[in-house]
Each structure stands twice: as structure tokens, then as C-alpha cells.
Write a protein that binds this ligand. Structure first.
Ligand code: ADP
Ligand code: MG
Length: 713
């Protein structure tokens, strides 16, 4: 057995299980042993039965609900049907040298065939005290309810090397039909067979320097830890390893890029001054500074790799327009990529308005539409990078609201970028999603950053309110008044969560597609409710991701022109859409969204001169939710909120790393700044001494795998 051995070849993994393993992304032995538990159940407290009896040493602990473990012989075992409650009870008696204990399982009749009278077993779970014999007649023994069980070899009692009981038990991310118990049953023998044969990709010097566990020990301790501390120690090692590999990967990409050539674009100050002078507003100093940094980058014959980060409404588009103008005036093409068609259309309009007077041809390319083939600047969606699209004279690529864009996509845009030398275009990415520093260091490898940390003048702060169910009606009235006064409203529908399995695990079967259909259902319901019951006197419209492009555009157009008062939408409107007359953002089920996303929604309003409001409707403000929503009320800085979100929830998926396929532990450790810095420093050192990693074939191999898995796009 090797790391690359497919699961099909692993003993006891039949086709039925293979399918389910694939659902968890597990295809090889490597995937099996690197499918880490996300928590542990503590069944390590193995005691004699008599200890929980009245006056026994564990009696007090027992009543506190702490789980115990008992080993003994099954002396009695039967299924009982209760008629009143229509349940099957499986009842067993466990006997050790000190006493007996009654065990009951509810509705698991099949248990009766997993062990039999006379078997030695280990039972683990919470016990209940005497005198609570509800369903059973006879002596009221101490009872253990729904215990976890494991059959033992009689000769090995007391048995200390158990898998499902008698220790800290790993609980894994599961999927339907694939339990932690089954995973333990598979993982343990695989680990035992392979762990000592695995070479450790983490260089020994580094392991020693930070006192990390060697690979074999770390693997064992993360699955079957001796205690919680050693599981933590193992976890830290793997987190470091992932961060270290990620850092090497990203730093090498950066080094490679630094060797590439790009078109040097001369600065045309005259035309830029003319452009800026013609704007209906004054640029903020942050905008000026960012534009200057970009123009300076463009002058160099090396590809720019710059992120323009600025809160919603901070005015990123006009900064991009300056860069585009400069490039086009120097005689080159630019491409501007937006994440949705709505946004692509909006930017097309904006650039056409801003740049047409400079005799610049603006084109549009989405899945459905193509305007002007030979444009100077082509605005589009992902359609821009599809096969066959060529920009023979491309010198600058701008990507809006999508910091996920990366190396791969740029490579695709470069296809067919003709000319003599192998030039690659400059890249400007723009985002309103503030990226915590640790994330930008690791994932983006220190790409150059321009910050718009200043809002255009005259913006009024959006007033944010948490609305409890009993205050809804009042809020609707308020909204009605504002609409009567000419304002417009966004209503964002709650994200519907995928069904959960009994263990509270996300059901792995729910695909992206089902997600959005669920969301559509939510929008339709909300639309019905608002248009019929709440605002029958207002014009209510609807927008969701499953509508045809034409329909979507029509709706947006109607909203822009004031034909719609209240627009009910999914998170389609999340990014970028600019409707200054919309002053109210109402978010239903606000607790279902992340902080960063809520902040994005809020950024859809407050774009004009009027006072704007953001109402957060919430049914069940739990503790964490409440903290999150209150954070939103108290802060209007996306940067501050991102840091808070990182603290409250961990990095979660607010910046989309799930889609990048980045390693979980590394992402979960981003809040640990010192670990991130250590990993990064070690990565730098190693690349400095050995850029091609010739002395580290194992690391090189890991990087190759990394490359396949991670797609920074
Ligand atoms: P974002 O950074 O969210 O992409 P936009 O570029 O869409 O923001 O700008 C939001 C609005 O602010 C636009 O209507 C834009 O014309 C306007 N705007 C941009 N810069 C300024 C400025 N310096 N002063 C006033 N308004 C500005
Ligand atoms: Mg924008």
C-alpha cells in the first residue's frame, strides 16, 4: 500500500463506500489518512461499573453528565417493542467484576446482531442515575443510554488499544451513509500499515527548530491522540506544513512572474489630466495615489500584479478607467473582466460614458452578447477567457470584484497574445472584500497592494439596524413612506441552507446547483409575500441567478429607471451594482450570511446624497450571530469587519478559498499570525538557498500535487 494507492484497492472499501468516499473528495490512501477529524469525543474515562454507584468514586462525576467507558461481558440482550411509543428498545446487561449496568438503545434494533450474549464489549456514553427506570420494570440499575459499543477480545481485557471507545475518539467530516465509525474502522488499519513507511516532507531542520512531531507520530496523534494536547500538537504541525508549502508555492509563482516580460506602457500625463479634469467630482487622495502606483507599474517591462482594495463605493472603477485610458492611448488593448453579466453591462455603460469622448472603442463580451469585435477595451464576463477569444495587442487585464482570479486565468488570457517577444499582460485586480493580512501574505504572496482607504466626500453613513420579528411591521411602514418619497429598496432573501444529516454535518450531496435553486425558491416566496401581502400598493420586482440574461437585464434596467420600487433578489446584487437612488437595503434572515457579505450588501446603498438605511431582519439571533450583526451595526469599515469576522468565525469561506481548493488547516490557522509568519520565513529561506528545491525532492513532489489541487482562480 502506498499513498497513491486508490481507495478501490484498500481492503474493506467496496463500491458502495467508494462512491461515498469520492463525495468527500477521498480517492487515494493519502486522502484517507489526511482526512482529519474535526473534533474528538472523550471516551477515555474507563472505569469499573461499581465506581458510579451511590458512594462510588465516580458517582458525582456521573451525575454531571460526563461520558464514561465500561468493559465487561454481555449477560443479557434483547429487543423490546413498546406499543405506546412505537419504539424498539434494545436492552443489554453489562457485567464486570464489580457490578452490572443496564444499557438501552432506542430504535436501533440491528444492534442485536452486532454482538451477542457472552461477548466482551466496551460501552461508552453518559449514565443515568437510579430511580429513573421509566420504561422498564424490574430492578432499577444504573443505566447507560445509546452508548457507543465496541466488541473486545476477551483475552485483552482491560483493552487499551481500542478504536471506537475507551479513548479520545476522532469524529470526522461525514457524508450520508458514511459515518465516523466506519471511517475509523478504515483509517486505523491503513495508518498502522503505512505510517512508519512514509518519508516526512517537512525538512528535519525545520522540524527540530520548532519542535514539531515527526510525520508518523503526528498522523497517529491527529487521528487517535493520547490526549487533547497531543492532538493539538499534531494539528499545529500539519497547519504549519500546509502554510509552508503554500508559501513556497506562492513565492515561486511570484519569482517566475518577476522573470516574465510585459509591455512597458509610457505615461501620458496630458491625457490623464484631461480625463481627471473632466470628471464631475474630485478624486480622493487615495484614488490619486492608487492611480499613480498603477501608472508607475505600467511603465515597467515586467508584468504588474497589483490588487486594488477598497471598500464598497470607494470608487475603484474610475481608477481602473485611468489605467485603461493610459494603456489604450499608448496603442494597446485592455480587457476588463467582471464576475456577473449585470456588472459587465454596468461597467460597459460606465466606460462607454467615461472613455468614448477620448475616442476609445469600448466593447462588450458576455456569454450572450458581443459588441465591437475590434475594441480598445473589452468589458466582459468569463466569456473573455473562453477558447478562441484572442486579444492580439493586449497589455492590461483588469479583474473586478474577483481576487480569486489568478495565474491560470491570466495564462488563458495571454493565449494568442501575439507579437515578437513573449509578453504577458499587466494585471490589476480589484476587490471590496478586504483580505486579512495573513491571507494576502500566504495566498497572494505579497502581491502589490493599493488601498482606497478613504471614501469620496459627501457620503452619508448608512444607518444599520437589527430588526426583531415584532418590529417588522413598523419597518415595512417606514419603507413604504420612503418609497412614497421616491426612494428605492433592495430586499435580499435568506440563503437557504442545505439539509443536514443527523449529526449536523453538511450533507455532501447538495451541489452548487441545488443551492441556487433553493435560493430561487426563497426569492419567489419572498416576492409573493411582499407583492401581495406587504406592499400591494408598490411595484415589486424580482431578480435571481436562474433568470435568463435578457430578463435580468430588463429587471435591472427597470429598477434603474424607477419602474420598480422594491427589488427582491438573491445575492446576485452582492457585488458592484450601482443604483444611487436605492437607499434602503433590507436583508431577510441576516443571520444566514457572513459578515463580509452583509457588508457588501449594505454597500449597495448609500451611494447618493440621501440618507440610507440597512435593515437586518433576523428570526433567531443566537449568540454568535448577534455578535456578528452587532459588529456590522457598529462598524462601517470593511477592513475592520473582515478582521472581526476572522476572529468570530475563523476565515470560513468569506474570501472564497473553498473554491480555490486551498488546504483546510492552513486556512483555519490564518488567525495565527505568528505561525503564518514562521512558515513564510522558512519558505523564503529555503527558496533562497535552493530555488529549485533540488535537495528537497519530497517537497517538490508535494508542490506538484499542490499545483494540481490549488487553482487560484
Ligand atoms: P466601487 O469601489 O465599489 O467599485 P464605484 O467605482 O462603483 O465604487 O464608485 C461608486 C460611485 O462613486 C460611482 O457612482 C462613482 O461615480 C462615484 N465616485 C467615484 N469616485 C468619486 C469621488 N472621488 N467623488 C465622488 N464620487 C465618486
Ligand atoms: Mg465596483
Amino acid at each position: 500500500m502506498e499513498l497513491s494507492t486508490p481507495v478501490e484497492k484498500v481492503p474493506r472499501v467496496g463500491p458502495w463506500y467508494q462512491k461515498r468516499l469520492k463525495r468527500l473528495g477521498i480517492k487515494t490512501v493519502r486522502d484517507i489518512i489526511f482526512h482529519f477529524p474535526h473534533r474528538y469525543e472523550d471516551f477515555s474515562n474507563l472505569i469499573p461499573i461499581a465506581h458510579i454507584e451511590e458512594g462510588g468514586p465516580a458517582f458525582a462525576e456521573a451525575s454531571s453528565g460526563k461520558p464514561f467507558c465500561f468493559q465487561g461481558e454481555i449477560t443479557d440482550l434483547k429487543n423490546i417493542r413498546t406499543f405506546r411509543k412505537r419504539m424498539v428498545l434494545t436492552q443489554a446487561t453489562l457485567k464486570d467484576q464489580t457490578g452490572t449496568l443496564k444499557a438501552i438503545w432506542f430504535n436501533q434494533p440491528y444492534l442485536i446482531s452486532t454482538f451477542k450474549k457472552g461477548d466482551y464489549v466496551c460501552l461508552a456514553g453518559k449514565v443515568t442515575k437510579k430511580g429513573r427506570a421509566m420504561y422498564l420494570s424490574g430492578p432499577a440499575y444504573e443505566k447507560i443510554r445509546n452508548p457507543k459499543s465496541e466488541v473486545l477480545n476477551k483475552l485483552q481485557i482491560p483493552n487499551s488499544n481500542l478504536t471506537h471507545t475507551g479513548r479520545l475518539i476522532p469524529v470526522y467530516p461525514e457524508t450520508e451513509g458514511l459515518s465516523s465509525k466506519w471511517l475509523r474502522f478504515i483509517v486505523k488499519p491503513v495508518l498502522l500499515e503505512i505510517k512508519d513507511k512514509l518519508p516526512d516532507p517537512l525538512p528535519q531542520t525545520i522540524r527540530q527548530k520548532f519542535d514539531f512531531l515527526p510525520l508518523n507520530q503526528a498522523l497517529w496523534q491527529i487521528h487517535f491522540p493520547d490526549n487533547l494536547e497531543s492532538s493539538q500538537e499534531a494539528k499545529k504541525r500539519f497547519a504549519f506544513e500546509e502554510l509552508f508549502e503554500l508559501s513556497i508555492f506562492v513565492l515561486r509563482e511570484r519569482l517566475k512572474l518577476a522573470k516574465e516580460k510585459a509591455q512597458a506602457v509610457p505615461l501620458n500625463l496630458g491625457v490623464i489630466k484631461e480625463f481627471v479634469g473632466g470628471l464631475p467630482f474630485k478624486l480622493t487622495s487615495a484614488q490619486k495615489k492608487a492611480a499613480w502606483q498603477i501608472l508607475k507599474d505600467l511603465e515597467k517591462p515586467r508584468p504588474m500584479n497589483r490588487l486594488l482594495e477598497g471598500d464598497v463605493g470607494s470608487g475603484k472603477t474610475v481608477v481602473a478607467a485611468i489605467a485603461i485610458l493610459n494603456v489604450v492611448k499608448a496603442g494597446f488593448q485592455t480587457a476588463f473582466m467582471a464576475p456577473t453579466e449585470i456588472l459587465a453591462n454596468q461597467h460597459y455603460d460606465t466606460f462607454d460614458r467615461l472613455l468614448a469622448v477620448f475616442d476609445i472603442k469600448v466593447g462588450l463580451m458576455t456569454g450572450k452578447k458581443k459588441i465591437k469585435e475590434e475594441a480598445d477595451v473589452t468589458v466582459g464576463t468569463h466569456a473573455l477567457i473562453q477558447e478562441g477569444v484572442k486579444f492580439p495587442n493586449l497589455a492590461l487585464v483588469v479583474v473586478d470584484e474577483q481576487h480569486r482570479f489568478g495565474v491560470e486565468q491570466r495564462a488563458r488570457l495571454c493565449r494568442g497574445y501575439g507579437g515578437q517577444a513573449k509578453l504577458i499582460p499587466h494585471l490589476l485586480s480589484m476587490t471590496a472584500t478586504p483580505i486579512p493580512r495573513t491571507l494576502s501574505l500566504t495566498v497572494f504572496g505579497d502581491l502589490d497592494l493599493s488601498l482606497l482607504d478613504e471614501m469620496p466626500e459627501g457620503r452619508k453613513k448608512v444607518i444599520t439596524k437589527i430588526v426583531k420579528p415584532q418590529e417588522k411591521r413598523e419597518t415595512y411602514e417606514f419603507i413604504r413612506e420612503k418609497v412614497k418619497a421616491g426612494r428605492q429598496v433592495f430586499v435580499i432573501c435568506p440563503r437557504i441552507e442545505p439539509s443536514k444529516t443527523s449529526n449536523g454535518q453538511l450533507n455532501g450531496q447538495v451541489s452548487q446547483r441545488q443551492f441556487s435553486w433553493l435560493d430561487v425558491k426563497a426569492v419567489k416566496q419572498e416576492y409573493e409575500k411582499l407583492s401581495k401581502d406587504v406592499f400591494p400598493d408598490l411595484k415589486v420586482g424580482m431578480l435571481h441567478g436562474k433568470m435568463k440574461t435578457k430578463e435580468k437585464e430588463q429587471v435591472m434596467q427597470n429598477f434603474k429607471e424607477g419602474e420598480i420600487d422594491v427589488l427582491v433578489a438573491t445575492s446576485v446584487v452582492e457585488v458592484g451594482v450601482d443604483i444611487p437612488n436605492a437607499t434602503i437595503m433590507l436583508i431577510e434572515g441576516a443571520e444566514k450570511f457572513g459578515l463580509a457579505q452583509l457588508h457588501q450588501f449594505r454597500g449597495r446603498v448609500g451611494r447618493g446624497q440621501e440618507q440610507s438605511w440597512c435593515f437586518l431582519f433576523t428570526e433567531s439571533p443566537g449568540l454568535i450571530t448577534n455578535r456578528r450583526l452587532r459588529a456590522l451595526v457598529s462598524s462601517d469599515s470593511g477592513f475592520e469587519l473582515a478582521e472581526k469576522d476572522l476572529k468570530i468565525r475563523g476565515p470560513g469561506d468569506f474570501s472564497g478559498q473553498r473554491q480555490w481548493g486551498l488546504p483546510d488547516l492552513a486556512m483555519a490557522s490564518l488567525a495565527d499570525v505568528s505561525l503564518v509568519e514562521k512558515a513564510r520565513n522558512e519558505a523564503k529561506d529555503i527558496l533562497h538557498l535552493d530555488p529549485e528545491l533540488e535537495k528537497y525532492p519530497l517537497l517538490r513532489e508535494r508542490l506538484r500535487e499542490f499545483r494540481e489541487r490549488v487553482h487560484l482562480e
